[in-house]
Every structure is written in structure tokens, then in C-alpha cells.
Design a protein around this ligand. Structure first.
Ligand SMILES: Cc1cc2nc3c(=O)[nH]c(=O)nc-3n(C[C@H](O)[C@H](O)[C@H](O)COP(=O)(O)O)c2cc1C
Length: 378
């Protein structure tokens, strides 16, 4: 039987040395992943596919799988995210068929009652043997909320609501006796939820807010925050600021970035795939997504098109396209600015992971960023 003190599960990511640079996957529960194009091998999230990708990542020794919580897609011809698996049930299925990797469940905090969410997370933590991590997102796409008959709160208030929500969840996870809760948003009586999570004190918590309210929330509540690395300089600044903020609260905050990867033996081969993605780009979906993400697309300047083209193939994540050496060096740079891990996405996750394991992983081991290259089935 498993006991509370036994496996550290997901907490090994912050409590043990492990690999200097953690690696994971991002967006593998959503149609197209981070790719807003009609390119042939774009990602189709059938259960068999997302499971095969997850198991390959687990075999390679990658640490985390981060799904995206979405309720509708960006439309256009390819409708990216138009099909997606709900992340908590997805994480349950993935956990039951993997060994070591940490499957993350992402919830829109305002769309789920904390009493319900606390029990979902505890259940996931038990069924995964303590491998579960929870990504708390406040929501930023009004279309998702419309479906629930809700409006997004004012930006900073979302995080105040989120902090109170987390307070309820944390107390359910840790308090031995039933309690009453009297907050600004929740008045709850006789609250309890057992079993408590397996991880001690509770599952790892992720948050992806990058605004100052978002960073403050992550500093107080989360173990991992996602940094958007536009340039190495701005990324380094963000990482330093976020870690310093957490220290003000007497906490350690770990930083993750995300990147889109296309690795081939020659630069030309890799860029041919990137060119295919660009030429088959879904402009309508790209513009819809940019509008949803609050970027005003009225003034279509040259820079805008350049930005739009880049967004189309990687949705703002770092672009690691080229030879194995180039990709390993780019990952080393991200580690050097202070990132603890990078979540990867690709046009064809499964095949790309095979290339990554054969060609990039050995270089990362040489650089001291990873401890070993594992054998995977091809
Ligand atoms: C790496 C990453 C992952 C995210 N995942 C989700 C998600 O799954 N669902 C969602 O609605 N928002 C997601 N977001 C959006 C953020 O949670 C957040 O709402 C957004 O960054 C706006 O908050 P901010 O103004 O504090 O930065 C993600 C953002 C990033 C950078």
C-alpha cells in the first residue's frame, strides 16, 4: 500500500537534483498543438495518438506533460484547438498508462468550484501514485467563458479570486478537521475532503500568468510559473523578477519556458518544414487567435505580418528550428537565463520526439543538462 511518506512523485521535480534542464511537452491534448497551419502532419489528438506521444515522452525520461484547457477552437480552415480533451480526465487516462512522467491537469479556476476541484486533484494524485501536478489558470478568452454563461472578471480581480479559490483548495487538502470558510467570494460551511492528496503537503502547482498580478499569484501560490521568453534578455529579467518576488514570500519558484521544435540533420531540411508550415498557414485561425489574445490586428504593418507569420507556426513559443547542435545550444541558452525546464511542441510530436531523443538528447547529456539518453522503441 502507498503511504503518505513514500513516493515523492511529482515533487521530485523540485526536491531532487534530477536533470538540470527539465523537459516536457505542451499542448498535446489539443488539435494542431501550437501550430496554426494546414501542414500535412499537423497534430490530431485522437486518444491513441496523445497516449502514444505521452508514452514515448515517458520512455525518454521527459518530466512533464502540460495540456491546454480550452473549450473552443480558433476556427478558420484548420480550427486549431477545435478538438481538445478535457485536461483532468485526460491526465487520469495518461497517468494510468505511464510510469514516471507527471501529467498536469489544467483548470479554469472560475469555471470550477474549489470543493470539487480539490477532490479531483486528490483523486488524480492517488491514481497516479503522487505524480499529479495542477495548473491553475484564471481564463483570458471570453469565448470560453461565454459557453458557461460567465463573463471574465477584471484582470487583477481574476487573480484575487484565484488566490481565495486556492486558499479553499489548500485547506481541504491539508486540514484534518472540517472547517467553515468566510471569504469575499466563498462562504462555505463544514468543508472537508478526504483522502488528502498523496504528495506532501499537496500536488505541485503550476500557473502561467505573466502580468504583474499573474507573477504575484505564481510567486505566492505556485511551484512553477511559465515565462514567455521573447528575447534572452527579457526572459532573464522575467525569471529573476519572478524568483525574487517568490523569495519575498519566503518561497522558491521554478520557471518553465516553452518552445516549438523541428530538428533535422541540416538547417535546409529543417527550414523546408518550417517553410511548409508557413505556406500552409491558416491566416483566419491565426488572426482569430491573435484577437482573442488581445493583440489588435487593425494596423497590418510589415512587422505585424512578420509577427503574424511567427505566431502562426509556434503561438509565441521559442522557435528551435535547425540542426541538433543548434537546438541543443538554444536549450542551453534557455537554461543559462535561469529556466528550470522547457515544454516542447512540434508539428508532429511523435516523430519529432524520436529525432530529439536520437540527435539532441546526447548533446544535452554532453552539456550536463540531462543525465542520460534512454533507449526508446522506433
Ligand atoms: C505556457 C502557457 C500556458 C497556458 N495555458 C493556458 C491554458 O491551458 N488555458 C488557458 O485558458 N490559459 C492558458 N494560458 C493563459 C494564462 O493562464 C493567462 O491567462 C494569460 O497568460 C493571461 O494572464 P496574464 O495577463 O496574467 O499574463 C497559458 C499561458 C501560457 C504562457
Amino acid at each position: 500500500m502507498t503511504s503518505k511518506t513514500a513516493p515523492v512523485g511529482a515533487r521530485r521535480l523540485i526536491e531532487e537534483e534530477g536533470n538540470k534542464l527539465k523537459l516536457g511537452l505542451f499542448g498535446l491534448n489539443c488539435k494542431n498543438g501550437l501550430n496554426l497551419t494546414m501542414a500535412e502532419t499537423r497534430y490530431v489528438p485522437t486518444w491513441e495518438h496523445t497516449l502514444a506521444v505521452s508514452q514515448r515522452a515517458d520512455d525518454m525520461g521527459l518530466e512533464i506533460l502540460v495540456p491546454i484547457a480550452r473549450w473552443r477552437g480558433f476556427e478558420g480552415a484548420s480550427d486549431p484547438f477545435g478538438e481538445s480533451f478535457e485536461t483532468m480526465t485526460w491526465a487520469a487516462g495518461i497517468a494510468s498508462k505511464t510510469r514516471d512522467i507527471v501529467p498536469v491537469g489544467t483548470l479554469h479556476v472560475p469555471l470550477m468550484h474549489p470543493v470539487f476541484a480539490a477532490k479531483q486533484c486528490a483523486t488524480l494524485d492517488h491514481l497516479s501514485g503522487g505524480r499529479f501536478a495542477f495548473n491553475a489558470v484564471m481564463g483570458w478568452v471570453s469565448g470560453d467563458f461565454e459557453m458557461f454563461g460567465q463573463e471574465l472578471r477584471e484582470h487583477d480581480e481574476r487573480y484575487r479570486y484565484g488566490a481565495e479559490w486556492m486558499d479553499v483548495v489548500r485547506r481541504i487538502w491539508t486540514e484534518p478537521e472540517p472547517f467553515d470558510f468566510d471569504g469575499q467570494y466563498f462562504q462555505l460551511r463544514n468543508v472537508r475532503g478526504k483522502p488528502h492528496p498523496l504528495q506532501d503537503p499537496y500536488p505541485l502547482i503550476l500557473n502561467a500568468g505573466n502580468s504583474s498580478a499573474g507573477m504575484n499569484f505564481a510567486a505566492q501560490e505556485a511551484d512553477f510559473n511559465f515565462a514567455i521568453v521573447e528575447t534572452l534578455e527579457s526572459g532573464r529579467e522575467y525569471v529573476e523578477k519572478a524568483k525574487a518576488k517568490a523569495r519575498e514570500y519566503g518561497r522558491d519558484l521554478h520557471l518553465l519556458g516553452n518552445a516549438s521544435v523541428i530538428c533535422r540533420d541540416s538547417e535546409d531540411e529543417a527550414m523546408a518544414i518550417v517553410e511548409e508550415m508557413r505556406s500552409k498557414g491558416d491566416r483566419e485561425a491565426t488572426r482569430n487567435s491573435l484577437e482573442e489574445f488581445g493583440i489588435n490586428s487593425d494596423s497590418l504593418s510589415e512587422e505585424y505580418f512578420e509577427f503574424e507569420d511567427n505566431w502562426m507556426i509556434s503561438m509565441g513559443s521559442r522557435q528551435l528550428y535547425g540542426t541538433p547542435e543548434k537546438i541543443a545550444e538554444s536549450l542551453a541558452e534557455l537554461s543559462e537565463i535561469g529556466l528550470d525546464g522547457v515544454m516542447l511542441a512540434s508539428l508532429d510530436y511523435y516523430d519529432e520526439l524520436g529525432v530529439f531523443n536520437d540527435r539532441v538528447m546526447p548533446l544535452l547529456v554532453e552539456m550536463g543538462l540531462r543525465n542520460e539518453v534512454k533507449e526508446i522503441a522506433h
